[in-house]
Write a protein that binds this ligand. Structure first.
Ligand SMILES: *Cc1c(COP(=O)(O)O)cnc(C)c1O
Length: 387
């Protein structure tokens, strides 16, 4: 039996362990100083004014939508090739959901199709309130063009950058929100860095950040102003909107800070792994997905695509690779094809490029601790099993 090589995994070192143990020995466990320090560190790294930590990217996506006032009667548009959370957040708010098809070779939202759909929607008074773009595998969408479209048609932009921490667009870190209202990261163990579970929303807009801070903690406002505290009493707080308990805790934040120090190192290692695949899979029939040239991908995933004539063998190839110990994965089953979404009226054929993407794409192993010997085994198996 071969060793099993997963498509992704986290790394924990002694520094991470010490950071967590220190919090466990301290007086505070829940959201406190460490969460603030983690937010500060992310702001500094990404050159962004505001960062709001949460207990997952899913909750960050939800409060980001609420902060942009998404509600019943509104629409959010997103990519069908994403994790379900990018679409579910609209439904949490009572809003409607719709999708924009992707480009097969990048897996990213197709801006020509987006523009076409916006033109049609303008005619029928159906423009979206929010566009949720997804930086699939860690490469940025065409944010400059999306920003221009958002100005022309008047919608908000949220970046689901769950895959993309440490990646760059036009030489700046993804998450600086130059072309969006809010950007979301995930610290789930399979992502670029981890806090166990956790997420973060970044924005340049202080008012949006304040609203998200209230929403992550029951919609409660507590003054930090000395005069107001004196007037109202030390015990005073007020609930001014309906919020949730979406707080990150200090244990997670300490782990996140410790991991953040290795962010660039991790992305460099991922670049090396992708380069190795590029070099060694050259003669093969399938191709790695394309990364747009204005991007430095964080490379959460590396994805190979079978040519159309091999599509019929997808299932067998996938099974053979798993059997040989390569933990391949599909990212993603198009969201609109899940039973829940089909019940909302979506059907096969609605987004042909997304569906074609899912019939050909295979995520292969990439993570910072992937050994050279495992990489060689992987390449050898890939070359012999896909023919
Ligand atoms: C992982 C992921 C999420 C959800 O992240 P959690 O932190 O697990 O809630 C959302 N969107 C995308 C694209 C993801 O990959």
């Amino acid at each position: 039996m071969n060793k099993y090589i997963p498509y992704g995994r986290h790394e924990i070192n002694n520094e991470d362990i010490d950071a967590v143990v220190n919090v466990l020995k301290s007086d505070f466990l829940t959201q406190g100083k460490e969460v603030e320090k983690f937010e500060m560190a992310v702001k500094k790294k990404l050159s962004v004014k505001e960062a709001v930590a949460t207990n997952s990217a899913t909750s960050a996506l939800h409060i980001a939508c609420l902060a942009l006032d998404l509600k019943v009667g509104d629409f959010l548009w997103t990519s069908p090739v994403t994790f379900v959370a990018s679409a579910n957040c609209a439904l949490y708010c009572g809003a409607g959901i719709d999708f924009v098809d992707i480009e097969l070779r990048t897996g990213l939202i197709n801006c020509d199709k987006l523009e076409e759909k916006l033109k049609a929607a303008e005619g029928s008074n159906n423009l979206p309130k929010i566009l949720m773009v997804v930086h699939l595998a860690g490469a940025s969408c065409d944010m400059k063009r999306i920003h221009e479209l958002s100005k022309k048609y008047g919608f908000g932009v949220i970046e689901d950058a769950s895959h993309a921490l440490g990646g760059k667009y036009k030489n700046k870190y993804i998450g600086n929100c130059e072309y969006s209202n809010i950007c979301i990261f995930s610290f789930h163990p399979v992502k670029i860095i981890t806090s166990g579970e956790g997420g973060m929303a970044t924005t340049q807009d202080r008012r949006i950040a304040e609203k998200m801070r209230m929403l992550r903690s029951h919609g409660i406002y507590k003054s930090r102003n000395a005069k107001e505290i004196q007037e109202k009493g030390l015990w005073h707080y007020e609930q001014i909107m309906l919020g949730y308990n979406y707080r990150m805790n200090d244990i997670e934040a300490a782990l996140g800070q410790s991991q953040l120090k290795r962010l660039d190192q991790y992305v460099e290692k991922r670049q090396k792994v992708r380069s190795f695949y590029e070099e060694n899979l050259k003669g093969c029939k399938y191709k790695l997905t394309k990364i747009p040239k204005e991007c430095k991908s964080a490379l959460h995933l590396v994805v190979i695509q079978l040519p159309e004539e091999m599509q019929h063998a997808y299932k067998q190839i996938f099974a053979r690779l798993r059997l040989k110990g390569i933990g391949v994965q599909l990212h993603y089953i198009p969201v609109h094809l899940h039973p829940y979404y089909k019940d909302l009226g979506f059907k096969s054929g609605d987004y042909p490029e997304a569906e074609s993407y899912a019939q050909r794409s295979i995520s292969i192993p990439i993570y910072p601790t992937l050994k050279a010997s495992d990489l060689e085994v992987t390449v050898k198996i890939l070359c012999s099993e896909i023919y």
